[in-house]
Design a protein around this ligand. Structure first.
Ligand code: CA
Length: 221
């Protein structure tokens, strides 16, 4: 099941796009304002984001900037207005993967979506199976040996970074910045505490401390 998030304030267009993209293996969740979109993205991860740039309460580019700064590499397709080439340039510079210009054909958008979903999945997946663990970041269901484990939002972010980059050492500064959205006002101790809690909840998780550097989820385990 692929999860697509669609942020678009034009309701008729949003419904049309959602209908065109829905399928047996695809679910489209929708929001119509920047605020709603931010809230929804706080609650879970998606395989693909389709973001309108011109929203009643801000710009989809702001959301894209925040996501990328937080290390979120979910594929993003922007919906831009045809007279605003500057939005396309800014969007691509901020890390958008593709864009379509309004008015667009649904067949073209569907083809772009298919292309992004094919590319997605190099190391990053919403469902990660690392027995005895199973982490479903889409529906936020985390289990160890079949038993559910409750994780806070902070613990989920930390866990996702660790497992998306398993086998690599993630430096403390990078984790602070990405888990706490900028990391400016966070005590470094918060990271140690979050790691300790995560280890306690996920007994025998292969989260290793690399002294003086940071943490790693050891690969091959
Ligand atoms: Ca709009």
């Amino acid at each position: 099941m692929k999860r697509i998030f669609l942020l678009e304030d034009d309701e008729a267009l949003r419904r049309g796009v959602a209908m065109a993209l829905e399928g047996p293996e695809r679910r489209v969740e929708q929001a119509g304002s920047l605020r709603q979109g931010e809230k929804r993205l706080e609650e879970g991860w998606f395989d693909l984001l389709i973001l309108d740039v011109g929203l009643p309460d801000g710009s989809g580019l702001e959301l894209l900037r925040r996501l990328r700064r937080a290390g979120d590499r979910t594929p993003v397709i922007l919906l831009t207005a045809n007279d605003l080439e500057t939005d396309v340039v800014a969007g691509l510079e901020l890390g958008a993967d593709d864009y379509v210009t309004k008015p667009f054909s649904l067949a073209v958008l569907r083809a772009r979506v298919n292309s992004q979903l094919r590319r997605e999945g190099d190391g990053q997946s919403l469902v990660v199976e690392l027995p005895p663990f199973r982490f479903d970041f889409g529906s936020m269901a985390f289990t160890r040996a079949g038993r559910g484990v409750e994780l806070s939002k902070t613990e989920q972010r930390l866990l996702k970074l660790l497992v998306d980059n398993r086998g690599q050492v993630l430096r403390r500064e990078l984790l602070l910045e990405r888990v706490w959205d900028g990391g400016d006002f966070v005590d470094e101790n918060a990271l140690s505490v979050a790691v300790r809690r995560l280890r306690a909840k996920l007994e025998d998780a292969p989260i290793r401390t690399v002294y003086g550097l940071g943490y790693t989820w050891e690969a091959g385990t």
